[in-house]
Design a protein around this ligand. Structure first.
Ligand code: SER
Length: 603
């Protein structure tokens, strides 16, 4: 089955069940929705209706929605993750509920005139009950009865989550089977449908999570039963009328229908791979590395083309920054495949051809798409040149330097390794991985949750907060006096927290002056310069005193104009404009004579 036929079938099926078909909304969320940078699910544009507003299409609607999720960007390249994907969905706004939703899902999946999938390869999860919300017995009963009608007697898994014999229903906790788009909003328990990808390996047996991880079963559809609205103070308010929100991935469903193991084997990737092979001279199957690079290039350029069609342009902040990052990542991986000339437009032509029937905005905006790709690719190639110059100055390479090349110039480790080989020195892979992990782990713990829905990678946010911390200290010293020093600092992907010596509470005027000064510097768009020098030299130069014993003989000095000059390990942003808007959220006492400021960066 072709993608277009699948989309049409889905919409036709739900039209026959009384749904109004609505077009895909833009990838850019409506202005009042600041919860994520991009539309991350079919339900996203429908949140007001899930909270009770009346939809012009009535109480039942269905759509195929284009989506972008960048939270999993590092997973692109495995079998099933994409940053761009399409989600088919049907919704009930206070109309039908669990029974109809499940019965229809089963009918669409297994009905001969619909997808005709084998019910014997189908497994489902349900909500097992947690946090005061009871186990979903209704979903279990309905599933049992639909399977029974198909002549199958199915059983429910126990706490061990093991599938074997007749077990096809697996109750799982909040982590797996409770759905919410961001931190707050409409939410509820869900039931998810999985398909056995390799029945030739014999009867399915094993722990649910392990079967998913080994790609033996793959999720294709999620039915969320939205009964609550989660408020900012973590309360679950019962909605006046419960809703249904479902999401079925086009790419994954096509994979299952084609009997393939990965989404990349389907017609939504193959034409792109052919073009990439043509321009690179490399083959998809050449090695694990080329496979991964093909997948990343195809996925990222596709996502980029759709973002550009919806009016996003490459920038150093917000949405534009995500676009910039994915285009650059595609170019980098293209380089690994041996592509030295601009190529993103050639791939974009194929993306437009593949998708224009269903998404006419692509053809309509192709001039902008091409010109922005051209500009961005040129810019990045220049940055790469600068990075190469930095690289060429080195006479050996440490893990920290390799990381800095990655952070400041977007050099992936693979590229640094290659270049190092040419120059005859080696990168200590393990050391680099440790350096890298340090940064990543920081971001993972801080970001679980809030960044799930496609905000910028948390590591990047922390880098921004790190630079903002330098600006804050410099501003405090200017407003409160030179004798102000750092007493503590803590950064997460969501905020900075900074402690400093000052004898009394800061007045609202002082806080405003500090905030304004930081924002003024950001607006000036100063660059952050990194120099390495001897500790003695650094001591003379740095504006902020520090404990010299803590540093080695050669130190890094980060300076922002002559506003801030600090000894620091980094990393930092390249240009202050990347920071967006700086806002102080709170000023309070930390201990005697020490004040604490919490501040955030806004778009
Ligand atoms: N909102 C749910 C999801 O994205 C179902 O559409 O999985």
């Amino acid at each position: 089955m072709k993608a277009q036929e699948l989309r049409e079938k889905y919409l036709k099926f739900f039209e026959s069940k009384g749904h109004t078909i609505i077009p895909s909304a833009s990838l850019v969320p409506r202005e009042t929705d600041t919860s994520t940078l991009f539309t991350t699910a079919g339900m996203h544009p429908l949140v007001p209706y899930l909270l009770g507003e009346e939809h012009p299409g009535g109480k039942r609607v269905a759509s195929v929605q284009k989506c972008v999720r960048t939270g999993d960007i590092d997973d692109v390249g495995d079998n099933r993750h994409n940053t761009f994907f399409e989600m088919m969905g049907n919704w009930s706004f206070g109309d039908y509920f669990k029974k109809e939703a499940i019965v229809w899902s089963f009918e669409f999946l297994t009905g001969k005139e619909w997808l005709g999938l084998d019910p014997k390869r189908l497994y489902v999860t349900t909500f097992k009950g947690e946090n005061g919300i009871p186990r979903d017995e209704t979903a279990i009963e309905v599933w049992k009865s639909v399977f029974e009608k198909a002549g199958m007697d199915v059983a429910v898994a126990g706490e061990d989550e093991i599938i074997k014999d007749d077990i096809r229903i697996i109750p799982l906790g909040t982590e797996d089977n409770f759905w919410i788009a961001g931190a707050t909003g409409p939410c509820g328990g869900d039931t998810e449908m999985f398909y056995d990808m390799r029945p030739e390996e014999g009867n399915l047996e094993g722990k649910f999570g392990e079967l998913v991880d080994s790609f033996r079963i793959m999720e294709i559809w999620n039915n969320v039963f939205m009964e609550f609205n989660k408020t900012a103070d973590d309360q679950y308010e019962k909605l006046a009328k419960p809703n249904v929100d479902t999401g079925m991935g086009v790419e994954r469903t096509l994979t299952v229908l084609a009997g393939e193991y990965t989404v990349f084997e389907t017609e939504l990737f193959q034409p792109l791979f052919e073009k990439i092979a043509e321009v690179s001279g490399s083959g998809y199957q050449d090695s694990d590395e080329t496979k991964k690079a093909f997948r990343i290039v195809a996925d990222h350029i596709k996502a980029g083309v759709f973002m550009l069609a919806d009016g996003v342009t490459p920038l150093n902040v917000g949405r534009g920054y995500v676009l910039r990052r994915i285009i650059r990542r595609a170019v980098r991986y293209g380089k690994l495949l041996g592509i030295e000339k601009n190529f993103t437009q050639v791939i974009a032509v194929v993306v437009i051809e593949m998708y224009q029937d269903f998404y006419p905005e692509l053809e309509k905006n192709k001039t902008v798409i091409f010109s922005e790709l051209e500009k961005e690719e040129n810019k990045f190639r220049q940055t790469l040149e600068k990075g190469l110059k930095e690289f060429n100055k080195l006479s050996a390479i440490t893990a920290a330097e390799a990381f800095n090349l990655y952070q400041s110039y977007g050099f992936p480790l693979e590229m640094t390794e290659e270049l190092s080989k040419e120059k005859g020195f080696a990168v200590d892979k393990e050391e680099f991985a440790a350096e890298f992990k340090k940064h990543q782990n920081l971001s993972r713990t801080a970001s679980a949750g809030a960044f799930k829905g496609g905000l910028q990678a948390a590591g990047e946010m922390e880098t921004k907060y790190h630079t903002a911390t330098h600006l804050l200290l410099a501003a405090l010293r200017e407003i409160l006096g030179e004798e102000t020093y750092q007493k503590g600092s803590n950064i997460t992907a969501e905020r900075l927290r900074f402690d400093f010596n000052y004898p009394k509470k800061l007045s609202p005027e002082q806080l405003k002056q500090v905030e304004d000064l930081v924002n003024q510097k950001i607006q000036e768009g100063l660059t952050v310069e990194l120099k390495e020098m001897s500790k003695d030299e650094a001591l003379k130069l740095a504006k902020v005193s520090f404990d010299p014993a803590k540093y080695g003989d050669i130190v890094k000095v980060y300076s922002i104009g002559d506003f801030s000059i600090e000894l620091c390990g980094g990393p930092h942003v390249q240009n202050l404009i990347e920071l967006g808007h700086f806002k102080i959220k709170k000023e309070e006492a930390s201990s005697a004579g020490v004040r604490r400021i919490k501040a955030v960066l806004e778009k």
